[in-house]
Design a binder for this molecule. Sequence first.
Ligand code: DDH
Length: 286
Amino acid sequence: MSKKGDFGAVKKDIEALMHQPEYDDGSAGPVLVRLAWHSAGTYDAETDTGGSNGAGMRYEAEGGDPANAGLQHARVFLEPVKAKHPWITYADLWTLAGVVAIQQMGGPTIPWQGGRTDYVDDSKIPPRGRLPDGALGADHLRFIFGRMGFSDQEIVCLSGAHNLGRCHSDRSGFDGAWVNNPTRFSNQYFRLLLSLQWRKKKLSNGIEQFVNFDDDTGTELMMLPTDIALTQDPIFRQWVIKYADDKELFFKDFSSVFSKLIELGIQRDENGHITNIDNEKGGYHS
Ligand code: DDH
């Protein structure tokens, strides 16, 4: 057991569990990033509901949302870390794990601050349906991410997380990876969006996605309809081109926008202490 507030010790233990030879591409990283994103991506600015505070995915209302299928793997990976550092809240642990995973897979350092609580305020439970649907297009992306307060540029930048991981037919129904090395964070996703020919493919479950088959290597890569929409909408496309051309710009912008994502719904004072969450209800300030 570490000293209360020793987030460095927690980080070390998250890093140590990243290598998972039996799981997916040998890494827990991508699914940990998705856990952090889905924990935060329920936020609605207008009603100030949802967001990473409260770690609501532990409960059926949010955890059982079909959009969160498969994220139990990420939560199970983190259980030993929680057991070893029982003072950390799940809300902090999940967001921290996403940040640590991105960095360990070669991505940018992302500013992270603790203090989230595991207290679930019933009036703040997000309804299902707040996370994006990969079968839709540009209007849907603006609707979902606009609700959280993200701009067109930020939508494209955040989507660059699809450099990581894969779709699983038993989770979302989509199938395959976006890039050849899905455990290495880079801007390859943007480059492939522009450089490869993507054709529509109907899977045996009836779901449509886009694929590219490379005859030389025998590998098939995939894109969701929402990914392809980024190349078809003229404003989104400009940012896809920018991020494909300039990896450093992508890393810099991704660092700030992911940090913004995991802070949605959280207000802090100048010392970083959260001011809009009742600390008596399970919070912990470092
Ligand atoms: Fe995503 N994502 N995501 N995504 N996502 C999936 C996997 C992963 C959408 C749909 C899917 C973001 C945005 C979007 C990651 C990170 C991020 C899967 C496959 C679907 C479907 C799930 C499965 O079958 O296991 C859609 C739609 C959007 C959008 O509209 C923009 C964002 C913003 C992030 C982020 O992290 C900032 C990661 C990582 C994965 C890989 C997970 C894994 O298990 O591997």
